[in-house]
Design a protein around this ligand. Structure first.
Ligand code: HPA
Length: 272
């Protein structure tokens, strides 16, 4: 089945269950789960029951699409995202972004957890992604291009919306939340990096993580303005690298959650 046919089935299903007019799409990564508590839920659908949606497998993520209101705006929220290391194809990982656009969202906001390779961004801080490097072993746009979906060779000179990023910075300043801009590098994972890899990557980027870039590539293809914030959960200094503690990474993400939640809520309030 062609992509636009799948999209039609999925959007028809979602409209029928009440997802009628979402204004902002949100992908909740590690560290933004509690945003859901701020949403007045209109409809909540398990990924498993949505036609053509892949199934979420990571334990720390839930697999649910939530439609509701946040700060008097309608939002369509992915609670739980898909990662390449779980075995999904890039095509499937990014399908929900196309669904959001087809349902009419005006912009997409994403969050993730990432390792900091920059001393100015200590553990627990938030980084607004200004640009990225795709070090994933593939691309969601690979294959025959359905011209209905967008350009064959999408421009990536401004992958993150300068307007939304400016709004993020303004809101962060007003809320006294520290938010520095930086470059995010996406790797496949699921292992964390070696000292030699961090040493190499820190010359390219400020943070490293395992998500977001595929969704942003597709958002750019379909001309959906987007912005993304990383919670920096660990310090990846190759000269003083400690063994990874996933529990500590999740704890750090949880501690940053209230700030990220306030930030996202206020940004959504001021977006169209
Ligand atoms: N590397 C890759 N992904 C991550 C990291 C990291 O150090 N920390 C959190 N997600």
């Amino acid at each position: 089945m062609e992509m636009h046919e799948k999209l039609k089935e999925t959007t028809t299903y979602l409209r029928n269950v009440g997802v009628v007019a979402p204004q902002t799409g949100i992908v909740l990564g590690t560290g933004l789960g509690s945003l859901v508590n701020e949403i007045e839920i209109i409809t909540s659908v398990d990924y498993a029951s949505i036609p053509h949606f892949p199934l979420s497998t990571v334990e720390s993520h839930e697999g649910r699409l939530i439609y509701g209101t946040l700060a008097n705006k309608t939002v369509l929220v992915m609670q739980g995202r898909f990662h390449y290391y779980e075995g999904y194809r890039f095509l499937d990982i990014t399908f929900p972004v196309r669904v959001m656009k087809a349902l009419g969202v005006s912009q997409l906001l994403l969050s993730n957890a990432a390792g900091s390779m920059t001393p100015e961004l200590p553990k627990g801080s938030l980084m607004l992604i200004d640009d990225h490097i795709n070090f994933l072993p593939g691309n969601p746009l690979r294959g025959v291009n359905d011209p209905k979906m967008g350009d064959r060779f999408p421009d990536m000179s401004r992958p993150y919306s300068p307007e939304i990023n400016a709004l993020f910075k303004q809101v962060a300043a007003e809320l006294s939340i520290s938010l520095k801009e930086g470059i995010y590098l996406a790797v496949m994972g699921p292992n964390l990096e070696t000292r030699a890899e961090y040493r190499m990557f820190r010359t390219f980027a400020n943070a490293v993580g395992m998500s977001t870039v595929p969704e942003v590539i597709v958002a750019n293809q379909i001309k959906l303005p987007c912005a993304a914030v990383s919670v920096l959960t660990d310090e990846c200094d190759p000269d003083h690298l400690k063994p990874v503690d996933i529990a500590d990474i999740l704890k750090t993400a949880a501690e940053a959650e209230p700030h990220l939640t306030r930030l996202f809520k206020e940004v959504v309030a001021r977006l169209p």
